[in-house]
Design a protein around this ligand. Structure first.
Ligand code: CMC
Length: 384
């Protein structure tokens, strides 16, 4: 066996590039100089999207123009509509999940975008805005198809968040629901070299196109160790309820957790590669989600109480803290969103961070091509 040079498994701690877009620290998450708690309290998702994509906080006029551009781009071309008409069947009767449908729909959009092969900053920005505008429509139409109902058309009077909620159900969302969704999208928008963003930069680094890079990023985000954790976290809470019953008996919850620990099970929505104390997006979303649960009724409060007990056991017994996906699962459940759409909704936000990174990569490119430590057999002859 050849002895392997040392390497960082999972690239842990490796600085793999530089960026002006986002800074992740133990105690702060900063988008282009603005801290996440400040943005969550004071900026709308569209403002944050402008900040990330265009590069600065929009003036009132710039914001109006940006919003109008997004609204004008919400509709989908015929071939994508036709594909989405089949999506209910693919999900209900075959092996697709909504993240797969979204990935394919984005890929088809690339075939139909006249700027697809153009990697110039101008074309990339136009394509980014188109994808940002169209992804909620894909999610909405896909959910309509899964529910076997006619497509709900986008509503030009609604914000990105309100329209996203509206298209999934055809019902005008409450102001409170829109606020919670909007803050969750602000929190999800960007997170430096996470796995999906890194994927998008690796693809863009070959001078491949923006739609291709986003398609790859969606595949990377789907996994439960990354964005898929918001669905997996809710599934886990549902599993605990199923196993111990709907009453939050602390002893039963603790026993469930001890079994999980004994089996070395990874609890979804906990832990983080960078944040070792806490993910400060999590308490922001938890507080909002809990407020929504209190407004919706005791069943939803009970879910949060279960989550809080699980969180307390993880923190006190394992010193492992929830990441943003843990409160997200409970929050989106409280809002009545179908669980398999949680990660697609993450995409409706993170598309801004991905596109900002793809543009940054194309603007100052060098192929991303690391080395690997070989651990296979020594040299041998085929005819031996
Ligand atoms: N449940 C139980 N134990 C855990 C968990 C968890 N969720 N996370 C970490 N640990 C333990 C792990 O078993 C290991 O223990 P030991 O040293 O005894 O083997 C120790 O903590 C270090 O964990 P690691 O797996 O080496 O850490 P990592 O940096 O490779 O993984 C992670 C980070 C996020 C993949 C991992 O914490 C995990 O699998 N969490 C669950 C999935 C999840 O919530 N993902 C969302 C990530 S953040 C937001 C996003 O991307 O959407």
């Amino acid at each position: 066996m050849t002895s392997a040079p040392t390497h960082a498994k999972g690239l842990e701690g490796v600085i793999a590039g530089e960026t002006e877009i986002c800074k992740v620290e133990q105690s702060a998450l900063i988008y282009r100089g603005y801290e996440i708690a400040d943005l969550a309290a004071n900026a709308s998702f569209e403002e944050v999207a402008h900040l990330l994509l265009v590069g600065h906080k929009p003036s009132a006029d710039e914001l109006k123009h940006f919003q109008a551009e997004l609204v004008a781009e919400r509709k989908l071309p015929e071939p994508v509509l036709n594909f989405l008409k089949t999506s209910g069947d693919l999900v209900n009767h075959h092996s697709a999940v909504p993240m797969d449908i979204l990935r394919t729909a984005v890929s088809i959009l690339g075939h139909l975008d006249q700027d697809c092969q153009d990697n110039s900053p101008e074309a990339n920005l136009k394509k980014s805005k188109r994808l940002l505008a169209k992804i909620p429509t894909i999610i909405g139409h896909m959910q309509n198809s899964i529910d076997r109902r006619d497509f709900v058309e986008p509503d030009a009077n609604l914000s990105h968040s309100a329209n996203l909620l509206y298209m999934m159900t055809g019902e005008q969302p409450s102001e409170e629901a829109v606020k919670v969704m909007d803050v969750s999208l602000v929190l999800y928008a960007e997170h430096d070299y996470n796995a999906s963003t890194f994927t998008s930069r690796v693809i863009a680094g070959t001078l491949s196109d923006l739609h291709g890079a986003v398609t790859g990023a969606i595949a990377a985000l789907k996994g439960p160790l990354h964005g898929g954790a918001n669905e997996a976290a809710m599934d886990m809470l549902a599993e605990i309820r199923n196993d111990i019953g709907h009453e939050n008996d602390d002893a039963k919850i603790d026993a469930w957790m001890q079994t999980a620990f004994a089996n070395k099970r990874k609890l979804m929505g906990f832990g983080h590669r960078v944040y070792k104390n806490d993910d400060h997006r999590a308490p922001i979303l938890h507080a909002l989600g809990r407020k929504a649960a209190e407004a919706r009724g005791p069943e939803f409060v009970k879910l949060f109480e279960l989550g809080e007990t699980v969180q307390n056991i993880m923190e006190t017994q394992k010193n492992i803290f929830p990441n943003v996906d843990f409160p997200c699962g409970m929050t989106y459940f409280t809002m009545g969103i179908p669980v398999p759409q949680y990660t697609p909704i993450f995409v409706a936000s993170r598309i801004t961070g991905w596109c900002a990174h793809i543009m940054e990569q194309h603007a100052n490119n060098r192929l991303i091509r690391p080395r690997v430590a070989y651990t296979g057999p020594d040299l041998r002859n085929w005819n031996d």
